[in-house]
Design a protein around this ligand. Sequence first.
Ligand code: PLP
Length: 419
Amino acid sequence: MADIFEKLVKNYGPLGQHRERAHGYFAFPKLEGEIGSRMTFRGKKMIVWSLNNYLGLANHPEIRKVDAEASAQYGLALPMGARMMSGNSVHHEQLEAELAAFESKEDAILMNFGYQGIMSAIDAICGRHDIIVYDAESHACIIDGLRLHPGHRYVFKHNDIADLVKQLERSTALIENQKAGGILVITEGVFGMAGDQGKLKEIAELKSKYDFRLMVDDAHGFGTLGTTGAGAGEAQDCQDAIDLYFSTFAKSMASIGAFMAGPKAIIDFIRYNIRSQIFAKSLPMPIVIGNLKRLDMLKTNPELKEKLWSNALKLQNGLKERGFDIGATNTPVTPVYMKGGVEEATAMCMDLRENYHVFASIVVYPVIPKGHIIYRLIPSAAHTDADIEETLIAFTETKAKLDAGVYQVTEIPDMADTK
Ligand SMILES: Cc1ncc(COP(=O)(O)O)c(C=O)c1O
C-alpha cells in the first residue's frame, strides 16, 4: 500500500511546483505597514494594486477606532458557540437586519466566511432532484458548492444567454420527466478576474419563460455598484429578481465574514440547515460590530464609491490610451492582458516591483492558457493621482521591455525567502 503522503511530495501541484523559487515573493508575499495605496514589501515602499479595499475602509480612522474599542470591550471569544446553541447576540441580528434592508430583501443570514458560506448554502438548498445551472466562470466557492450537490448540474458558457436558455430547456425537460425538483441558476454580479458584470437583467427576464430561482455571488459588486452601493442587481435594475443575494465582507467592507439575503422563509430555512454555520462558532463580536460600522460608512459616505470610480476610470482610460488591452471590464476590476511565458511574466513582475515600486499580482499558466499573462489591478478610493500616473509609466516601460524580449529568462527568478 502506498503512503498517502508519498504522492504529495512528488507533485506539489500546478502552483506549488514553483514554490522553491517563488515562495514569499510571487506567492505568499508579505505586505507590511498600514493598509493603504502604498505599503512595504521586502523593505521597499510600493504602490499596491492587489487589495480589494475598494472603498478604502481598511484603515479609515473611524473604523480602526470602532474595531479597537469593540476588541477591548468584548475580546475575540464572545459569543462562544454556534449561533444556534449559544453564539447569538443582538449585534449579529442587527447586522442581519441592516444588510437585508440595504439589499431590499426580507432577511439575511451571516456567514463566517464567504467561501464556506455559499458552498454550504448551496448544499442546504438543493436536493438530489434539483438542478443547478451555473456560469462557466463561477468562482471556486460556487464550484465547490456544486461538488456537494447530489443532483444534476449544467454549466452555461460564460455570460452566454443563448447557452443558458439551452441549459434551462434541458433542465426543465428533465424535471418534468422526473416529476420532482426545481432549478437554481447561479452566477456572479461581477466576475472577479475579468471585471465584467454577470448579465443579471437578461437572466432575470428569462424568469417569465422558465421556472427557476436565481442566486448571485456579488462579492465584487457589493459597495462598488448601484446608486446606493447595493451591488450589481441595483446597478442593472433587477434586484427584485435576485432570489438569493450573496456577498463577502472581505472586499468593500475590508473585513471578514459574509451574508446571504432573500425571502424571510428561505433565509430561515438556511439558518436552520446550513451546516457550515450550525456546526461552527459564530463570528466574534468585534467583527460583527466592526461590520456594522463599515456598513454604516458604506451607506453614508457615497463619496468613497465616487472616488473609487474616478480612480478606476483614470486608471482604465490611462491604460487604454497607452494601447493596453483591458478586455471588457465594466467595473473597477482592471485586468491587463499581455502575452508571454510564465518565466517572462515573473521576470517582468519582479522588475515592476524592484525598479518601479509597483506591486501588482500576475496570473499565468496553468490558471490561464499557456502564453498569456494577466495583471489584475484593483483600484480603490485610497489611491492617488500620483499612484496612477507612476503606475501608467511603469506599465508602459515594462511592456516595452517585454515586447523587446528583455525578460526572456529560462527560469523563474529565485526570490524565495525560505532558504
Ligand atoms: C466571487 C467571490 N465569492 C466568494 C469569495 C469568498 O469570500 P471569503 O473571502 O469571504 O471566503 C470570494 C473571495 O474572497 C470571491 O471573490
